[in-house]
Design a protein around this ligand. Structure first.
Ligand code: MIC
Length: 705
């Protein structure tokens, strides 16, 4: 059967399982991406594995989220991360260097490779022909330790882009907003979107990046663009021509599903508050007053994304940003900053009254630039969950740079098609991008690494302990939540709360702070509890704090109508049962304070029972809970979490990597699949295994790559 690109890449990296949608597979990862807000917990959990060095080809620790230094907390995290990266073999990208996804695309993305990232928008690297998946910090830590990544085999959906984006003011952002409109925020769950068709050829790599990034906002596993001449050209301009690999779907490749978008039919779209899938044509919201426009973030922070608003301001005779509105612009990386500085775009924006921000995530995660109260904010970002901007009662609209560019003139949402032809952009300077990795530090060699002490500030606390599951579970319902709860409701965004990402007891104090302020008090009184929720529970970010904080507070299980993929897995990895209602109408029976008992949960998990029996208070009436745990996930839950599972496996010499092998030489002298996977990777130049440790130790003594 002719293979699509996704299956070719998955097949090449398959350590265990069968490429059949829904079945559990284990994949070898070539690369890992970490950012500071999730990286501290991830690397502290890596330390718990006791490995002296990481065991994958390339891992990069970025600092781009928690960059506001109100006090010692964030800088202490940065200092610890720099030392951890240097000691354990990761590259370290210093703050101010750029947004992780943007830099990764510039410097490290490689067609045909796999990557696991401690950030949901890791999917962005699919713009380079990678299968790049977002995950919780613990899963990334385990992959750094050389284990494969276990996931439910995704369906592959062909997204056929027909025609070209030939209508003025219609942009790549409108393609992904159209997908969100059609599929909703959970429509991509357990799916890889493979983009094909004539429309892909015209899209630049940053445009593909915008689309692949927001596949995460569809709940998708990954999005992938087959590498082509554009990819080759991008790599050449990044001085990485050798990283290009000729790859693509085979003729007549089969897909599990197919979607078509006619690019010539698209118009500008806007996602209204409070979800990225709440999409409407711009004309429906045109005229809405706005007090803020923010351009940039991991999406829409490329050269053209900034050059268009610059040109719009300059073109209109030096018209300035409307006095009733504040505008900001964020370049994606130091390369983009250098390019706009040199071309004059920076000057156009700055002269026009746009506040120029440094290349970091910034307002996208509420790291400054919160909008005023009772006002609307229009942003070219990827998420608009309530409160994410830092203002509790915010009202954030998402759009393309084209919509943002004209709206900042008028302090209301405007339809750019009413502004005639788009103005000429200042061209990207000839010699750009200027490739310079001087601010990405290479790891220490192994000898020096042994001597590196890790500095830990007072806000840095070890991750919580895992305890094995009891035979039965009995706990009171601590909260009942509706559909579409985001991880931001559990572990909020913003300067204040995110400074506690290395301190679970402290961050736990903010759990459900807006949705249910009494939640923490109840759990403290009762000592343990359950969360009951509607559909798509835990949508959005990969932050495992949304599982770690409830764990710390004593949450034993979450029972929902359905879960978002990453959060479900984070709960399981931290030893919290993520169960669903067999009959969704049972959700309506839940009330805060009831006692729910799951009398046989341990045995039922051990037996692989399809349902888990539950009872509410003293009623004789049983209700059935379902799950979709793989065999290994059931064992993880019984062990109380992934770390204790791996520890148990290690001490018993059993199969810890899901490969079906024990990791030890068997009588016949055969070696583990993981070792073989490492070797296979070394042999084909794609990395992995022991050889990688040696490679990471090169460049002895020097700090710069
Ligand atoms: C996001 O866009 O929601 C974040 C902030 O990048 C998160 C990571 C985090 O919470 O640290 C994500 O996408 O996973």
């Amino acid at each position: 059967m002719p293979l699509n690109l996704t299956h070719q890449i998955l097949d090449e990296h398959l350590v265990d399982g069968e490429l059949k949608p829904g079945s559990s597979i284990s994949l070898r990862m070539d690369q890992a991406l970490l950012q500071d807000a999730t990286g501290t917990m991830a690397l502290m959990q890596f330390e718990e594995l006791g490995e002296p060095r990481i065991k994958i080809e390339r891992a990069v620790q970025y600092v781009d989220h928690n960059v506001v230094q109100l006090d010692y907390k964030n800088p202490d995290d940065h200092r610890m991360l720099q030392a951890l990266a240097r000691k354990y073999g990761l590259h370290f990208s210093r703050p101010g260097n750029g947004i992780s996804h943007y830099i990764h695309m510039e410097r490290y993305g490689k067609p045909g490779q796999t990557m696991l990232g401690a950030d949901s928008h890791t999917t962005q690297a699919g713009c380079m022909g990678m299968i790049a998946i977002g995950a919780g910090g613990l899963d990334v830590a385990v992959v750094l330790g050389g284990h494969p990544y276990e996931i439910s085999c995704p369906e592959v959906v062909e997204v056929w882009l027909d025609g070209t984006l030939n209508r003025p003011w219609v942009q790549a952002k409108d393609i992904i907003l159209e997908l969100l409109r059609r599929l909703t925020a959970s429509g991509g769950k357990n799916k890889v979107l493979e983009f094909t068709g004539p429309g892909t050829a015209d899209l630049s790599i940053p445009e593909r990046a915008t689309i692949a990034n927001m596949v995460a906002d569809l709940g998708g596993t990954a999005g992938v663009f087959p590498p082509d001449d554009r990819t080759r050209d991008w790599l050449e301009r990044q001085d990485r021509a050798d990283d290009f690999v000729e790859l693509g779907p085979e003729d007549g490749a089969e897909y599990d599903d197919r979607l078509e978008i006619d690019l010539a039919e698209l118009g500008p779209l806007v996602a209204k508050p409070h979800n990225p899938d709440n999409v409407a044509p711009v004309e429906e919201v045109a005229g809405t007053p706005i007090a803020q426009v923010c351009i940039g973030s991991s999406v829409n922070s490329g050269y053209n994304d900034l050059a268009l608003p610059g040109a719009v301001l300059a073109d209109r005779g030096g018209q300035i940003v409307h006095p009733d509105l504040a505008a900001t612009a964020t370049p994606g990386s130091r390369q983009i900053l250098a390019a706009i500085a040199e071309s004059g775009v920076y000057r156009q924006l700055s002269d026009g009254g746009v506040r120029m921000l440094e290349p970091v995530c910034g307002p996208c995660v509420g790291m400054g630039q919160a909008p005023p109260s009772d006002a609307n904010s229009l942003r070219t970002f990827n998420r608009n969950f309530p409160g994410r901007s830092g203002t509790a009662e915010d009202s954030v609209f998402l759009c393309s740079p084209a919509v943002a560019a004209v709206s900042l003139l008028e302090a209301k949402i405007c339809d750019p098609r009413e502004y005639g032809e788009p103005p000429e952009l200042l061209p990207m300077p000839e010699l750009r991008p200027y490739v310079d990795d001087v601010h990405i530090f290479a790891p220490a060699d192994e000898q020096e690494a042994e001597r590196i002490e890790i500095p830990r500030g007072p806000n840095i606390k070890r991750p919580p302990e895992h305890t094995p599951i009891d035979d039965s579970l009995e706990a009171r319902v601590a909260t009942v939540q509706p559909d579409d709860i985001s991880t931001g409701d559990l572990a909020p965004d913003g300067v204040e709360v995110m400074a506690y990402r290395s301190n679970v007891p402290a961050i736990a104090e903010f759990t459900f702070r807006h949705r249910d302020p009494e939640f923490r008090k109840r759990l403290k009184e009762w000592g343990s509890g359950l969360i009951v929720a509607g559909s798509n529970y835990g949508q959005g970010s990969s932050r495992e704090h949304a599982a770690l904080a409830p764990l710390h507070l004593g949450v034993k299980a979450v029972i929902a109508k359905s879960f978002a993929r990453i959060h479900r897995r984070n709960l399981v990895a931290q030893g919290i049962a993520a169960l669903t209602f067999s009959d969704e109408s049972d959700y309506d029976r839940a009330e805060v304070g009831q006692t729910w008992s799951l009398p046989n949960i341990k045995q039922e998990l051990a037996d692989g029972a399809e349902t888990i029996t539950a009872r509410i208070d003293d009623s004789d009436d049983e209700l059935k809970l379902s799950h979709d745990f793989s065999e290994r996930e059931r064992e993880i839950l019984i062990a109380g979490g992934l770390l204790s599972y791996l520890r148990d496996q290690d001490s018993s010499g059993a199969d810890a990597d899901g490969s079906g092998e024990t990791g030890k030489e068997d009588e016949g002298g055969e070696r583990s699949t993981q070792e073989e996977a490492g070797e296979r990777a070394e042999g084909d130049g794609s990395g992995g295994g022991e050889g990688v440790i040696r490679e990471a130790g090169q460049g002895v003594g020097g700090q710069h790559e």
